[in-house]
Design a protein around this ligand. Structure first.
Ligand SMILES: *Cc1c(COP(=O)(O)O)cnc(C)c1O
Length: 331
């Protein structure tokens, strides 16, 4: 696959570091854990949406847009990074935030919400129901047009075929780092929500002929539902972009042990995983995605899923600003 045929903006100057978590690995004794620091990606605060936005924002610019319109939860990493990309490109940005549970929106909340304000988001619309998302997006796009602007709509998590290119490129980056380090990764573990990260990695490793198993750790759905979502996104990406790629079902594996009570609902296991990773490695995870993904990884370890000498690469996909919104969980 020739990635250079797709317009791309570069928001990170170099590959993100891969480090070995020696202390955590020797504590758990269930494989050698490595971590890819995608929390250090470019744009404000880093995280996986930066890779997707490199391609998505380039597409918006190609189409002549001047305003990015996107959506997410009240503490959305994706909304924060879209706002940051708009700043970088001299574009406007409008956000639609879904207030679930109800009555929880606080204009002065910390974390990503604070960053929306610092990044100068032009307008924030809060809606109560996920079911109204599409109509709210369409309404905001209409308002932008009425004001003489040209909107570009980015769906939840930028998990579109073009957005998937970000993690197809990341799989290549990992394969190159793996060769340079002379370390072969048997497993690559990532949190999976809107699915673009996992779908991109699976397609990217397949395309690069890099043999490893991608394990998606769910943050909101059952394993079966998430596997269907990722399958559909892969199929849509292959057909819309006309990729010459075949991905078998056996490459799509999702696990739901970390989900707990549901999306963004804290769990005791998540708190334990975040604390343990900080206290053994000085690495911050987040409460919504990577903390729960680590719970999923620990669960597989407990069930002897891995061999002792397997090399496992955990992608730290970001999200740390959310840590500062609920200090009471961790103190
Ligand atoms: C969005 C997000 C994910 C999930 O990525 P998807 O591509 O939506 O599956 C994982 N980690 C963090 C920190 C995120 O913000």
């Amino acid at each position: 696959m020739d990635l250079t045929q797709y317009p791309r903006r570069i928001y990170t100057p170099a590959p993100t570091p891969v480090i070995e978590l020696k202390r955590l690995s020797s504590l758990l004794k269930c494989g050698r854990i490595y971590l890819k620091r995608d929390d250090l990606l470019g744009l404000t605060g880093g995280g996986n949406k930066t890779r997707k936005l490199e391609f998505v924002v380039a597409d918006a610019l190609k189409q002549g847009a001047d305003t990015l319109v996107t959506c997410g939860g009240l503490q959305s990493n994706h909304c924060r990074l879209t706002a940051a990309a708009a700043v970088k490109e001299g574009m406007k940005c409008r956000l639609i935030l879904v207030e679930e549970p109800h009555q929880t929106y606080d204009r002065e909340a910390s974390g990503n919400n604070l960053l929306y304000h610092l990044l100068g988001v032009d307008e924030i619309t809060v809606i109560k129901d996920m079911a109204d998302l599409d109509s709210a997006m369409a309404r905001v796009a209409e308002q932008v047009r009425d004001a003489g602007g040209t909107p570009y709509l980015i769906p939840l998590g930028a998990s579109t075929p073009i957005g998937c290119l970000g993690y197809i490129a990341c799989a290549r980056e990992i394969a190159a780092q793996s060769a340079k380090m002379d370390v072969h990764f048997d497993y690559v573990v990532c949190a999976t929500g809107s699915g673009g990260t996992q779908a991109g990695l699976v397609m990217g490793f397949t395309d690069a002929d890099y043999t490893c198993r991608v394990l998606g750790m769910n943050v909101s759905r059952s394993a079966a539902e998430q596997e269907v979502l990722v399958r559909e996104l892969i199929d849509r990406t292959i057909s819309e972009l006309g990729l010459d790629l075949t991905v078998g079902d056996e490459r799509i594996a999702c696990f739901d042990k970390g989900v707990g009570d549901g999306y963004a609902m804290p769990s005791a296991e998540m708190v334990r995983a975040v604390k343990l990773t900080a206290a053994t490695e000085g690495i911050l995870l987040d409460p919504v995605y990577t903390g729960k993904a680590m719970v999923g990884l620990f669960d597989l370890m407990q069930r002897d899923y891995f061999q002792i000498d397997d090399r496992i690469l955990f992608i730290q996909t970001g999200g740390t600003p959310a840590l500062y919104t609920q200090p009471e969980l961790f103190v």
